[in-house]
Design a protein around this ligand. Structure first.
Ligand SMILES: [Zn+2]
Length: 452
């Protein structure tokens, strides 16, 4: 049992001081408001529940910055994807693990304490399954083990190159499975995470363009009660192709043809008509927003204001990992809406509410739901995952309460993070991961080889 006392903490009922926390087996066994410090380890600063990162492809951290040179014409998501296919062509299992560990380390330093890894890189460079079909899932699990990251692993089902069963391209050969080999992959992934603390495995049909309708049902059934994540309506071209294929827009098609409920997380959902906005909210599914990546890729702007007004749920993800920051994702989400609506404080729900707190708390709840774990609150029974902000940081020192969150999200960002706990253990101290030197050295070595 670890017994802590937190100077200041954001509890489900609001801000509290001198909060005693008993941690047992990685979870919060008891919360004691106004506890005595006797026999407790003091955590100075401002303790928040750690934010879940609901969408990432960790290997893409290695190509961050490699697609920022202008091409011959019309750079887009699709030209970025060509760079991505070239980059992943040479990755070995050791590279995948080294890059994943580096990305997870940065996520922990950046305020994320749990991750849903949307893992689609399965096979060797020639597209042949490894001896253990779940080899690369095992490498993701190993990176989570090394860094301490809480893991929801989502092996991706990817079967075709485009809508209506188009053949996969050469660039996609490392992703491809049929339903039968996917079932084996999923079993393997469940074995690979069995040794991790409190890990969950869900399913991820990649997108409507990569999965035929009949396989979608079979794959979703394999999730059981676990999470189901899918990329949807990220690009205008994807909406047009879906309309040409089915006569329906992607989200409308999905809501009509799949059992979308609170197990589901719809990644991006950028291009929505008003009916689709209402449909997502009514389904109980989480909108998985990745505002920094969506801006980097030029995807478009989510219908955030209407989605909030309809009572929709959301969480945030670092997706391509071009920049890793929990407060940064929330800031970019709010700023995208300010630019769209030419107004300020648009995602807070009522007069007098702090935008930082409103964004943070909604993303905690939505993220926890999407990851399928008891996380996202400093409350009994939840994992002891905390982000502790430095109360002496110049942007935080003279304020208190909700202003701390506004300063964290909009001003100081990840520079305000001092300590990060996962399952009651400190994995980041003074803003640095405890294994930073080793993980960084291995990453730099791998990248030097990959980028020759
Ligand atoms: Zn993605």
């Amino acid at each position: 049992m670890r017994r802590l006392i937190l100077d200041h903490a954001l509890l489900p009922g609001g801000w509290a001081s001198n909060v005693g926390i008993d941690v047992e087996s990685g979870a919060i066994a008891a919360v004691h408001p106004e506890a005595s410090p006797d026999g407790r380890e003091r955590i100075a600063g401002i303790t928040l529940p750690g934010l879940p990162n609901l969408h990432s492809h960790t290997f893409q951290r290695g190509m961050a910055g490699l697609a920022e040179t202008r091409g011959p014409e019309g750079d887009s998501f699709w030209t970025w994807r060509q760079v991505m296919y070239r980059f992943l062509g040479s990755l070995t299992p050791d590279d995948v693990e080294a890059v994943a560990a580096f990305a997870m380390m940065e996520m922990l330093e950046g305020g994320f304490t749990a991750l849903a890894e949307f893992h689609y890189l399965h096979h060797d460079a020639q597209g042949r399954p490894f001896g253990d079909i779940a080899e690369l899932s095992g490498r993701i699990a190993a990176a989570a083990q090394e860094t301490g990251m809480g893991l929801t692993l989502l092996p991706v089902f990817y079967a075709q190159g485009g809508f209506g069963g188009a053949a996969p391209t050469e660039g996609q050969r490392r992703f491809i499975n049929d339903v039968e080999s996917y079932a084996r992959l999923l079993d393997g992934a469940r074995r690979e995470v069995a040794g991790l603390d409190d890990a969950v495995v869900g399913v991820a049909p990649h997108s409507l363009r990569a999965v035929l309708p009949e396989s979608l049902g079979e794959v979703v059934a394999m999730a059981g009660e676990g999470p189901v994540h899918i990329h949807i309506a990220e690009q205008v071209k994807e909406v047009e192709d879906c309309l040409a294929w089915s006569g329906q827009r992607p989200v409308a098609w999905l809501l009509d043809h799949a059992p979308v409920d609170r197990r589901w997380c719809l990644i991006h959902a950028t291009h929505l008509d008003p009916q689709e906005v209402k449909g997502i909210a009514a389904s109980g599914a989480v909108a998985g927003l990745c505002p920094i990546t969506e801006a980097n890729l030029g995807d478009g702007i989510f219908e955030g204001v209407d989605h909030r007004a309809a009572g929709g749920r959301f969480g945030v993800g670092s997706d391509s990992n071009i920049e890793i920051s929990a407060p940064g994702e929330l800031k970019q989400f709010e700023y995208s809406q300010r630019l769209k609506h030419r107004a300020r404080n648009v995602l807070a729900e009522r007069e007098g509410q702090s935008t930082g707190r409103s964004l943070y708390e909604t993303a905690l709840t939505g993220g926890a739901q999407a990851l399928g774990r008891r996380i996202g609150a400093i409350a009994e029974g939840h994992r002891a995952d905390f982000v502790v902000l430095d109360a002496d940081h110049p942007d935080l020192a003279a304020v208190s309460g909700d202003r701390w969150l506004d300063a964290y999200v909009f001003v100081a960002g990840r520079a305000a993070i001092d300590t990060v706990f996962v399952a009651g253990k400190p994995v980041v101290r003074n803003g640095r991961h405890v294994s930073r030197d080793t993980i960084r050295a291995r990453y730099v070595q791998a990248m030097a080889r990959i980028l020759v």
